[in-house]
Design a protein around this ligand. Structure first.
Ligand SMILES: [Zn+2]
Ligand SMILES: [Zn+2]
Length: 314
């Protein structure tokens, strides 16, 4: 048997993660074996623990914002247009996101919408993720990460950053942009929006003057409660909660509401190109791997001072 590794394992939803020695994974064709340095904690991890996402692969190692170094490159796999793992060599720093694999063949994949692939596999959900010392990943879905960030600072960019960026791009050329909520993802998008010269309007929970103050300090034109009207009409807004009923006339003139799901690889390439130019700054709070449960509990309770990042190897 291969040498074991330490991992925090979810045996069943609604249970605490268990620190355990498990078999170190072996890289198959087209895979990278990655020695994990850090892994950021995402709200989706909480949803998996709480059983709110259907059919996770159990037992499961959570975590889909993984930063590490290539320990071993598996045998190359030949796909139609690419040799799978030539992008990376042993020792390279690598980022592993939520989208872990797609079939490349369905109608979505064939039309540049691999984020919607029916057969997609997701890191830390349908395949093992980053709350461990090692993981394997399909090299085609891994990213090179901008050098200006260290392993802690870059980790939150791999999900909050990427998916936030995909939402932001959907707002087109909106000059006056509203952000409903100002959590981790919004804080990252806000920096790009300001860099690109948008006027930013931030809505928080009514009375959350601390968050409103933070938004203004970052450069928002206006920040207020979600029960308030902004001083100007907005061109676009980013929202993540149920939308109450509203008059049809409000959508008149071909206004559009859309949702955003997952990410595509080009989203990642584009985001990691722009992030260091802004430069997008992340706020983090670190925890040793063994304290993943504490990180999740603090996240749930809204008691984190930034994105929780698990530190796995120095
Ligand atoms: Zn597909
Ligand atoms: Zn996530």
């Amino acid at each position: 048997m291969a040498k074991p590794m330490r991992a925090m394992v979810l045996d069943k939803p609604a249970q605490r993660l268990q620190l355990r020695d498990v078999a170190k994974p072996q890289p198959g064709r087209g895979h990278l074996l990655v020695r994990i340095s850090t892994c950021a904690v995402c709200r989706t991890d909480l949803h998996v623990v709480d059983g709110e996402l259907p059919n996770p692969t159990l037992p499961l190692i959570l975590g889909h914002q993984i930063v590490g170094r290539v320990e071993e490159v598996g045998e190359p796999a030949n796909f139609k247009s690419e040799i799978s793992n030539q992008k990376f060599a042993t020792g390279d720093r690598v980022g592993i996101p939520w989208l872990g694999w797609t079939d490349g063949e369905c109608a979505y994949c064939q039309s540049n919408r691999e984020n919607l692939c029916d057969n997609a596999r997701f890191t830390g959900y349908t395949s093992d993720g980053g709350y461990a010392e090692f993981t394997i990943a399909d090299a085609r879905f891994c990213f090179h990460l901008p050098e200006r960030y260290d392993d802690v600072a870059v980790a939150p960019l791999l999900c909050a950053g990427l998916i936030g960026y995909r939402s932001y791009r959907k707002t087109g050329n909106a000059r006056r942009l509203g952000l409903y909520g100002f959590g981790n993802a919004a804080h990252l998008i806000a920096q790009i929006a300001l860099y690109e010269g948008r006027d930013l309007f931030v809505f928080t929970r009514p009375g959350d003057s601390l968050t409103q103050q933070a938004a203004k300090e970052l450069g928002a034109v206006w920040a207020g409660g979600s029960d308030e009207m902004p001083p100007e009409k907005l061109d676009a807004g980013i929202h993540m909660s149920d939308i109450p009923s509203f008059p049809y006339a409000d959508l008149w003139e071909e206004r559009v509401i859309t949702t955003v799901a997952n990410l595509t690889r080009p989203d990642g390439e584009e985001f990691f190109e722009i992030a260091p130019r802004v430069p997008v700054q992340t706020k983090t709070e670190t925890f040793p791997l063994e304290q993943a449960n504490t990180a999740l509990e603090k996240f749930r309770a809204g008691k984190l001072k930034g994105t929780a990042v698990l530190m796995i190897t120095e």
